[in-house]
Design a protein around this ligand. Structure first.
Ligand code: NAD
Ligand code: SF4
Length: 426
């Protein structure tokens, strides 16, 4: 069951007016920057490295190592960019965090900016989340008024400005380099990597792009220390994590637990399957992560555990589907999403997602053939590893895993068509 140390990131969420600076300060808020600003940037980077904090946006890249890629000199301006463009289907953790506790993100931004010698931080928020943009702007204003932002923060000599920027609603702008293009005012499309943003990011200057939950973890690490952080979770995936649970459960929502918590435990917390209808399939981290079945109830949901069982941790967006849901139908809906969101820059993804959606729509209408299953898998093989960015790879995950575990359901749709044809000929 969940480690008793948690909740950490969500501990203020149920306090009255938790989003105000008064509530934040009353519950240890802005105590971590007082400590951090007394140390050196190198000490903070080392502490975050020691904590083992890994990126919470989905990829799990070690945060302290990423911070250490920023050059020690300040020949060019350094930027910290917060990826708050939460868009992966089923993912709902960053927006609730920013709504309930925006100051934890702002305090994390101050710590991370100081550690990386950045004096300007951008928070790039998904454009549709207007309520969240308003809340963040109000919190940033409060932080300026209290002297936590602006010039000479708490008499430390350190200056920092934060700009909240609204995206325009494209899923691809969650990809870090497309996000940077969009922030620069251009059409958001992924850039070739390397160079990684630490070498040439925003305005070709050294930049670190981190997810909201990653940066919001920093104040707790400063206050609690790396050993405390490592007491939660698993050796290679330490710390607390916000799992967003949606679909056929009694109590969908955000559940903060140590990394490595299993679906069985999460279902217990979420009140079990809705109306007791049994589980059929689920995603561990959004639709870009291969689906799991009821065989995977005890897989530890951390970066290694999910990968060893054949999927990925992704964004910990646990989408739960019961026995009433058709797998080919769900796979078709996800594929339509990727087709719509493909930015069109590279051929495998642009053309491939179009054809995948066409074939799946035909199958779901009962007009598919058995060969369509092989064609689907063939198109997937030609997208996976051959696309310019992770969107293409993500698009094939539901199809490949859906056919792997539920091939019979796809076949049944094709055979229904065969029976109809035979009937028509007779
Ligand atoms: P990635 O593994 O390419 O990179 C992860 C991070 O590490 C990036 O910041 C990258 O710059 C850095 N990095 C990686 N290798 C590096 C190197 N050699 N040197 C310097 N920096 C390096 O993954 P990605 O394409 O950024 O993200 C893919 C993930 O995004 C997927 O796992 C998916 O789960 C997740 N995702 C999340 C959302 C969401 O809404 N949060 C949406 C879609 C996808
Ligand atoms: Fe664009 Fe898709 Fe290619 Fe990514 S994989 S660059 S989203 S076309």
């Amino acid at each position: 069951m969940a480690d008793p140390i948690t909740p950490v990131l969500t501990k203020r969420w149920l306090s009255p007016n938790s989003w105000t600076i008064q509530s934040y300060e009353a519950l240890e808020g802005y105590t971590a920057i007082r400590k951090a600003l007394k140390g050196t940037p190198e000490q903070i980077v080392q502490l975050v490295k020691d904590s083992g904090l890994r990126g919470r946006g989905g990829a799990g890249f070690p945060a302290g190592i990423k911070w250490s890629f920023m050059p020690p000199n300040e020949d060019k301006p350094h930027y910290l960019v917060i990826n708050a463009d939460e868009g992966e289907p089923g993912t709902c953790k960053d927006i609730p965090l920013m709504m309930a506790d925006p100051h934890s993100l702002i305090e994390g931004c101050i710590i991370a900016s100081y550690a990386m010698r950045s004096h300007h931080c951008f928070i790039y928020v998904r454009g549709e989340a207007l309520h969240c943009i308003r809340r963040l702007n109000a919190a940033v204003r409060e932080a300026y008024e209290a002297g936590y932002l602006g010039k000479n923060i708490l008499d430390s000599g350190f200056d920092l400005d934060i700009t909240v920027h609204a995206g325009a609603g494209a899923y691809i702008c969650g990809e870090e380099t497309a996000l940077l293009d969009s922030l620069e005012g251009r059409r958001g499309q992924p850039r070739l990597k390397p160079p990684f943003p630490a070498a040439a990011g925003l305005y070709a200057a050294p930049t670190t792009v981190n997810n909201v939950e990653t940066i919001a973890s920093a104040p707790y690490i400063i206050n609690g220390g790396s050993d405390w952080f490592r007491q939660m979770g698993r050796e290679k995936s330490p710390g607390p994590k916000i799992y967003s649970i949606s679909g056929h459960v009694e109590k969908p929502g955000q559940y903060e637990c140590p990394l490595g918590t299993t679906l069985r435990e999460l279902l217990d917390m979420a009140g079990g399957m809705k109306d007791g209808v049994p589980l059929k399939f689920w995603t561990p981290g959004g639709s870009s992560t291969p689906m799991f079945t009821k065989e995977h109830l005890d897989v530890p949901l951390d970066f290694e555990g999910a990968a060893e069982a054949g999927s990925m941790l992704g964004t910990t967006a646990v989408q739960v589907f019961n026995e009433t849901v058709s797998v080919p139908w769900a796979v078709m809906k996800w594929t339509q999403f990727y087709e719509h969101e493909s930015c069109g820059k590279c051929t495998p993804c642009r053309e491939g997602t179009y054809w995948l959606a066409q074939i799946l729509e035909r199958m779901v209408e009962g007009k598919g053939t058995e060969e369509d299953i092989d064609t689907l898998l063939d198109v997937c093989d030609n997208i996976l590893g051959r696309s310019f960015c992770a969107l293409g790879d993500g698009a094939v995950s539901p199809i490949q895993s859906g056919i792997k575990y539920f091939r019979d359901e796809f076949l049944a749709l094709c055979n229904a068509n065969k029976r109809e044809l035979v009937g028509a000929q007779a």
